[in-house]
Structures are given as C-alpha cells and as structure tokens.
Design a protein around this ligand. Structure first.
Ligand SMILES: *Cc1c(COP(=O)(O)O)cnc(C)c1O
Length: 394
C-alpha cells in the first residue's frame, strides 16, 4: 500500500492505492475473493501469527477494504481504521468494544435514529446506561459525569436539526476526565471537518452517505489511534459485520472525487439556503454557513464549508409540510442523504418517527420541518422545484 503524506487531501484521496499486480493496472482492481492462499506451512503459520501482513480471509482483511481504510484514515488524520458493512455496524462495534457492563455513556441527544435505538433499547440489556445532553449544555457537562462514565458520543452537524457542537470544548472535557471521545462525522465528511484535530479519539462514518455519494452501496468505518483500532479490529473480525470487498472498491473509487463533489454540494446548498431563507412561506431555516444559524461562528471555526444538509420549517405545520412535499417534482422523496440526487425528507414521519413528540422537539424536530439533502443537480433547477413547491396553495 502506497501512502503519500507530504501531499494534499485531494491528491492523497486519488494516489493512495494498493500495490499494482503483475498486470500493472492503473485503477485499483477488485479482489472479489473470500480467502487467500499460502505458499507453504511456514507462510501459513507466519500469517496467522501476524508476523506477515498478508491477507488470510476477507472477514479479517482484504486489499480493497485495506485501501479504503487507509484512505479514510489519512483523510481523518488517524493512524488506522476498521471498515464495516454499514455505518450502524461501525457504531455498534465501537460501543461494544469500548463499553462494558456497568459503564456509563454520555451522548448528545441529537443522534441518528438507529443510534438512538441502540442506546435506548439495546445498551441497557448489557447494563450500559446513557445520559443524554442537549446542545446548549456543552459548557456545563461536569454535573452529568459519573464514576463509571467511559465515553462521550456526538454528531456534528446533527441530524436532522443541523446544530453544531463545539468539538474543541468537548475534546478538552474528554481529555480532562479521561473519557473516550467518539464523533460520528458522517454529515461533515473529513473534507469539511477533522474531529481528531479537536481531540476526538475515534471517528465514525456511515460511508453510505457522502463517501459513496451516489446512493449505491452501504458501508461504515471507524478510525483512530492504532492501539484502539487494534481492539476494535479484533472485535470486528470475530463478530462479522465486515465490509464487502466490492463495496470497499466502490467506496475507494468514490473517495477520489469526494473533495470536488462536496465542494459542489456545499456551494449549491449555500445558494439554495439563501433563497429559501427569504421565501415568505418559510418559518425558519438552519444551514451552518448562513449567518442566521445560532452557531454560525462555531461552524466557521470548525468546518471548511457548511455541508449539504439544510433544515427548514414551512409555515402552517404538518398540513403545509405535506402540501410542500406533494408538490415537489425533481427532488426525490427518500430517507437517504448525501446522494448526487437531492432528497427531501420529513423527519417527524420517517427517520425519527420512533421518537415521541416531546423527544422529537428536544432534538429540534417540529411537525412541519423538512430536511433537504442537496445533491449535484444544477442549482437553478433545484430552486425552481423548491420555489414551485413553496408557492403551492395549501
Ligand atoms: C446514515 C447514518 C448512520 C448509519 O449508517 P448506515 O450506513 O445507514 O448504517 C449513522 N450516523 C449518521 C449520522 C447517519 O446519517
């Protein structure tokens, strides 16, 4: 594996590649194989003893998953990583590796729907308790600490409220109290934000979103320091949520264009956010790089651009929200995000429908709220679609 360290993000994303085979291929080939062969008994012994770094079995490692891991680790300023079949595979394996029965987790309240289910329904089965904190409590977390607090878990920007959490404050807090600081960096991507700069120990991604960026494959990854990744790797290879080599190959190719894609996602999102903000039917809008965002200064400090997700509320509540969605013609109605196709979601009835109305409000979801994942279509066509739907008679 060839890694470049003195070159830029975009260059590394393209030029970090597995070694060429005897065919001297230019683009990395796909190694669709479940296992690998050995020359003799000694090589087999040395491979299992990890004296040799060659692949044994694709649940353990594969050249395509290794290439994907190395690219993401490099992008996130991490030493190493483990790839998973999905983002939730990464979240679950990370919790299961670093939390034990009797431990306590501090988590931001606004987390991805399935992460919320994992925290509230399954972790308690193994006697792991969680305290949620709100975005505005970050300066004052000390009183939530317990003897047995081990980890602090967050997402920023949050889904779907697009709130920004102060990574530096949280990183300092985690270090002071010897907590493992875990960040789901899915919404930002490593191109816009690198949580390790602010003290994160482990960074998680759903690679399904902007890393693939074209809505084709599921994948997940956790990256961090070598010794932590070693523990996670052993859990992962014994429990089996491994990323398929095919998906790793797709994702690794996609990372070559991450920077240009995310640049365009962000440009278009900012253009649309500015237009949505002035429409008379819009109650409020949140986009991290709009000066009206409550954490605008913080977003400018820790993110390179504002990302691809906009949330806004249409005047007139649930009924007006439904009229808007039913009037959309170009954008897709789907629960995914981070796709080349723009996607409209109604969080209250879909991604976060398992939360009670009170819980929804606590994470910033109102009945008429819309989440827009801005894709790569031309911004004028997107605005025409949105404006037409906003103008629709309720
Ligand atoms: C989608 C998502 C996940 C889960 O990823 P999957 O690949 O769908 O399993 C986790 N965190 C965030 C923030 C997400 O958006």
């Amino acid at each position: 594996m060839e890694a470049k360290s003195n070159t830029h993000f975009e260059t590394n994303a393209i030029r970090t590649q597995m070694e060429r085979s005897s065919f001297a291929e230019h683009s990395s080939p796909l190694h669709l194989t479940s296992s690998f062969v050995f020359e003799d008994a000694e090589e087999m012994r040395a491979s299992f003893a990890e004296e040799k770094q060659n692949a044994i079995y694709s649940r353990f490692s594969n050249p395509n998953t290794s290439e994907f891991i190395q690219k993401v680790a490099q992008m996130e300023l991490a030493e190493d990583g483990v790839a998973f079949a999905s983002g939730m595979g990464a979240v679950f394996a990370t919790f299961a590796t670093f939390l034990a029965a009797g431990d306590h987790l501090l988590s931001s309240r606004a987390v991805f729907g399935s992460t919320h289910a994992l925290i509230t329904k399954y972790l308690p089965k193994w006697n792991i308790e969680t305290t949620y904190f709100n975005t505005d409590q970050i300066q004052d977390l000390e009183f939530l600490l317990q003897e047995n607090t081990r980890c602090i878990y967050i997402e920023s920007p949050t889904n779907p409220g697009v709130d920004i959490l102060d990574l530096e404050t949280l990183g300092d807090f985690a270090q002071k109290h010897n907590l493992l600081f875990i960040v789901d960096n899915c919404f930002a991507t490593p191109y816009l934000q690198q949580p390790i700069r602010f003290g994160a120990d482990l960074v998680i991604h759903s690679a399904t979103k902007l890393m693939d960026g074209q809505g084709r494959v599921l994948g997940g990854i956790t990256v961090g320091k070598k010794e932590l990744i070693r523990e996670l790797y052993l859990f992962a290879r014994n429990t089996g949520a491994s990323l398929s080599p095919f998906n790793a190959w797709v994702l690794s190719k996609s990372l070559e264009t991450l920077a240009v894609r995310v640049d365009r996602h962000c440009q278009t999102a900012l253009t649309l956010a500015q237009k949505i903000e002035t429409h008379p039917k819009v109650n409020w809008i949140k986009y991290p790089f709009l000066p009206s965002h409550p954490q605008y200064q913080l977003a400018r400090k820790q993110m390179k651009q504002g990302g691809s997700i906009i949330s806004f509320e249409i005047k007139g509540g649930l009924h007006a929200g439904k009229t808007f969605i039913n009037s959309i013609k170009l954008c897709s109605l789907s629960a995914n995000l981070g796709d080349s196709r723009s996607i409209i979601t109604h969080p209250a009835s879909t991604t976060h429908s398992k939360l009670s109305e009170a819980e929804q409000l606590e994470v910033g979801i109102t009945p008429g709220m819309i989440r827009l994942s801005v894709g790569l279509e031309h911004h004028e066509d997107l605005w025409n679609d949105l404006k037409n739907a906003l103008d629709a008679k309720v």
